[in-house]
Design a protein around this ligand. Sequence first.
Ligand code: GAR
Length: 201
Amino acid sequence: MNKAKIAVLVSGGGTNLQALIDANKSGIIKSGEIVLVISNKPDAYALERARKNSIEALVINNREYSSRADFEEKLIKEIDSRNIDIIVLAGFMCILTEKFTSHYPKKIINVHPALIPSFCGEGFYGLKVHEAALKKGVKVTGATVHFVNEIPDGGEIIMQKAVEVLDGDTPEVLQRRVMEQAEWIILPASVEKVANEIINK
Ligand code: GAR
């Protein structure tokens, strides 16, 4: 069967990357294959996860580029030379400009650790999202998978899943629950959905 080629962009621990790798192995993702992992951080543990699973792992360090345009050009060059069909942002902590996003319409997917439109947009990433949710006192939060366009966290929503906030939650405890109960489930499911649509187009 023809499979969509998937690149995953990461910056950190890569638990969402791991969920994608596991889903690829178990057949939850059957219409696509992860063929490339790119990290903007040389020390990201996600790179190790890729290597352990024999997936090509590249570092493209944004700090080594004098402009965002040059950084994005390098990303595009590496991605396009491998004929990638889907780009997944899995804890990728660089905001991408229209130069990049317009190159891949409906092909870039992001996972965000809140129910968009809450706690999203510029400045809301990682633990900061959960700190903001706890500060506001919401009783329900969750995760969103969406297509990426030029507006941070503004693209079309693909899937969402709600997660309860419990008394005494710290940002770390809430982050872990949102990952376990939402992100690691809806990210692979969304990737399969989009991959399936692409190969059947
Ligand atoms: C995840 O919670 C992901 O949703 C979030 O960063 C974490 C990365 O963890 N992404 C964002 O906040 C993007 N705006 P991981 O490296 O273990 O997958």
